[in-house]
Design a protein around this ligand. Sequence first.
Ligand code: C2E
Ligand code: CA
Ligand code: CA
Ligand code: CA
Length: 271
Amino acid sequence: AKDAGGNQTAVYDVSYSTELEKRYEIERELRLALNDSGLELYLQPQVRENGELVGAEVLLRWNHPSRGMVSPADFIAVAEQTDLIVDLGKWIVRAALAELKRLPAPLTLAINISPRQFRKYDFVYFIEHELQQSGADPSRLILEVTENLFVEDLGDIISKMEALQQSGVQFSIDDFGTGYSSLSYLQRLPLQELKIDKSFVQAVGNQEQQAIVDSIVAIASNLRLRIVAEGVETQEQVDYLARHDADMVLQGYLFDKPLPIEDFHRNYFTS
Ligand code: C2E
Ligand code: CA
Ligand code: CA
Ligand code: CA
């Protein structure tokens, strides 16, 4: 493409074409990883204020042949630009449900769902089908979606959520407060949980910033939703969060980082 010639090439600068090539390369390698067991699920524990384990969030890792374990922060955005995210998402759901089946009750498992995957016409059918195939308990499955899912086709999104909720599946809004937020749609959604983004949790100690935490907790409590605080790294943050009278769950490096599945089981279920 860079030899396309004439004046046309002038509109593309070098960094753009490099960026584009980098994207194609990531996409190609990700497809290989998907077909060749190069992807792995990690689990990050979610606990109560007293340390009691209540569940885990599933976080994807890419075991890259030369770059080692790669965080989705470095590749999910690329995958989201095409239906690659849908194929990845299907793999993640299947692997996570097999894991949920193994996990002792009443522990829950939370999975991140990309808007593009959720918007597929057969998403509800897919989840219900996989739940049935796996034999996992739907009420212990939490689907984390972000606010940008709600910018378009709200009616359609809500009916899909309601259909899944009928099957018992729970919904959580991830990174709450960082995206497009409207309190008017919030009460229309069939939700069980809000996740406070780690940027707000980590601002505890800063007077103005921690007012955001207070507001999110107040909204969640009014709507009778559970709150999960992500990115908890210090006891000061725990103490501040625990001061609120709310249904509060904590997740962060203070308790544990995301763990390979076998480490998660070894650390939490063997004595
Ligand atoms: P997220 O859903 O907001 O996940 C939380 C991120 O914070 C994770 O990064 C987690 O490892 C990290 N984290 C957890 N505790 C702490 C802490 O105490 N301090 C700090 N600084 N970070 C903490 P990770 O695993 O790199 O994932 C990044 C993002 O990639 C996720 O953000 C999520 O948006 C996306 N992602 C991860 N796994 C999946 C997946 O299976 N599917 C989809 N669609 N997206 C995923
Ligand atoms: Ca998440
Ligand atoms: Ca987040
Ligand atoms: Ca409390």
